[in-house]
Design a protein around this ligand. Sequence first.
Ligand code: OOG
Ligand code: MG
Length: 262
Amino acid sequence: MALSSKILDKLAKHLHACQREARDTPKITDDHPEMDFDDAYAIQDRILAAKLKGGAHMAGYKAGLTSHAKMKQMGVTDPVFGFLVDEFTVADGGEVKVSDLIHPKVEPEICFVTRDELKGPGCSIANVLAASDVVLPGIEVIDSRYRDFKFDLKSVVADNTSASRFVVGGHAVDARSVDLRTTGIVLEKNGVPVALGAGAAVLGHPAAAVAMLVNHLGRRGKTLPAGSLVLSGGATEAVAVQAGDHVCLRMQGMGSVSLRFV
Ligand code: OOG
Ligand code: MG
C-alpha cells in the first residue's frame, strides 16, 4: 500500500460521489501516481462498504478487460475485477435513464451462476465448470467516471471497473451442456448488429475469467460464495449508446436479452 487510509477514504468518497451524481473526473493516478493495486482495490472495497451501509445488497461480481478487443480498446493489458450490487440491476427489456449516467457503453457478456463455493488460489476452468449451475446472456452497461473513458488499470479498479448497470436474461442453460468457446454472440443496436463475437474471445474460455476472479479473491482472503452471479467480461468492444437506443444481445442457444436507453 502506498496511500494513507485517509487518502483512500477521500478517493473512495470522491469516486462514489461521481458515480451517484453522474459527474466525471480526471483519473485519480494523475494526483496520486504512487497508488498501487492494493490501494486501488482498497478504494473499491470502501465504495462497496459505503453502498452496503446505505442499504445495498451484493448482486454478484464482474471480470473486465478479459478480451483482446476490450484490452485494445482501452489500451490496457490485464483483467480487472469489480462488484455488482442490486442498484445496478435492470430488468430484461427494461429502461436505463441516460441522465443518471455520464457516457454509457454496452458490452455483451457470458454470465455464470455458481452452485458451489469456489476458492483460490489454484482455481481452474474445470473447477469453475464443476461448481457452476447455469450460464446466461447479459448486457453490461459500463460508465467510467473518468473523463472521456481515459484511465489506467489502477484508476479503473478504484472506480469499480466502470460498473453502472447490467441486465441478465434470455434462456439459462447448464454450464456444462454447451461449448462456451464457440458460443456465438450478436449485439444489436436499434436492430443492427454492431458487435459480433464468440465466447473464446474471453481469455480463450469465459470460465477462465471466473477462475481468475476466484484466484484474485483468494489472494485477498475471500472466496466466491455459492449462488454468485459473475459477468465474465465483454467479448467484443464496448459500444456507445444514447437516449432512444434499443440494445439487444443474442447468444447462441441462450435466447436474447435487451434494454432501452431513455
Ligand atoms: C472497464 C470495465 C471493463 C469489461 O467487460 O471488459 C469491463 C472499462 O472498459 O471501462 O467491464
Ligand atoms: Mg464488462
